[in-house]
Design a protein around this ligand. Structure first.
Ligand SMILES: Cc1cc2nc3c(=O)[nH]c(=O)nc-3n(C[C@H](O)[C@H](O)[C@H](O)COP(=O)(O)OP(=O)(O)OC[C@H]3O[C@@H](n4cnc5c(N)ncnc54)[C@H](O)[C@@H]3O)c2cc1C
Length: 235
């Protein structure tokens, strides 16, 4: 049963800059006092009579009295300007939770997560939720950025992989600047190179539509069923 979509009132508790253009904001729940959602879901923020923007919850469902959103503010439109101007104490209203890009624990298939830049947000929530609540099974994350500075949660995923060895983390960048030692290229190339058998695999792909289509093509060429590729298109 999907959780009901409700109207919520919150207050900005803190704003953090993760990279030059990626911001996180903590929203303390006011009405209702607690918010229930599934990892991977998003909220819609009304920004004008006909203007709404979707932002995915980057925190995990364990935190109900405060949620965290994370945005790339480079697109520069209404949503980016709003996010950039958020300040502690400000009231933020939204509707949610919404979205079906969630992990089904009853599914025995091995998950492959693929994220393009800010598309990491739902996957970050899903992965921390899974491992903090005793998932224990193998999972792989392929996380692409144009250069290392666009891998906002890179340090965290390295930590997650050390703490929970069944989790495999494969970051990849187009431009290997700043002494980058890891993989270089595009996300679909790394999927092509690292995914052997697709038997018993389910993919969760999040980011821009072009990358999602290419990753789906690569996986389907390896024999994966179309519906075994779940996706969340941010742009
Ligand atoms: C289900 C869903 C969840 C989302 N969750 C998040 C989230 O957690 N964090 C987040 O930052 N954004 C998220 N987005 C995107 C967000 O809703 C806005 O589209 C984004 O903030 C840009 O809004 P804007 O008003 O600044 O620019 P707009 O004027 O709306 O967009 C300008 C152009 O930029 C494109 N665009 C939007 N985002 C990007 C991007 N990151 N990279 C390249 N092009 C882009 C748009 O498609 C459009 O063509 C989500 C979108 C959807 C549909």
């Amino acid at each position: 049963m999907p959780l009901p979509v409700i109207e919520c009132k919150t207050q900005v508790a803190a704003v953090r800059r993760l990279t030059a253009e990626i911001l996180e904001v903590d929203l303390a729940m006011r009405e209702p006092a607690e918010f229930t959602f599934e990892a991977g879901q998003w909220v819609s923020v009304p920004l004008g009579p006909k203007t709404v923007r979707a932002y995915t919850i980057t925190s995990t469902p364990a935190s109900r009295s405060q949620i965290t959103l994370c945005a790339d503010v480079t697109p520069g439109g209404t949503g980016s300007r709003w996010f950039r101007a958020l300040a502690p104490g400000q009231v933020v209203e939204f509707k949610g939770p919404t979205g079906g890009f969630v992990f089904n624990r009853a599914d025995p298939r091995r998950p492959l997560f693929v994220a393009e830049e800010i598309g990491i947000v739902p996957i970050r929530s899903i992965l921390w939720d899974l491992y903090q609540t005793g998932f224990g099974r193998p999972a792989t994350l392929i996380y692409w950025g144009r250069d290392p500075s666009w891998l906002a949660y890179d340090g965290e995923f390295r930590l997650l992989a050390r703490r929970y060895p069944p989790f495999e983390y494969l970051p990849v960048v187009r431009e290997a600047v700043g002494g980058w030692q890891g993989e270089k290229g595009e996300a679909p190339d790394l999927v092509e190179r690292t995914v052997g058998s697709v038997a018993g695999l389910i993919a969760y792909v999040s980011g821009g539509g072009q990358m999602i289509n290419k990753v789906r093509q690569v996986l389907m060429a390896k024999g994966m069923e179309r519906k075994a590729v779940k996706w969340e298109k941010f742009w």
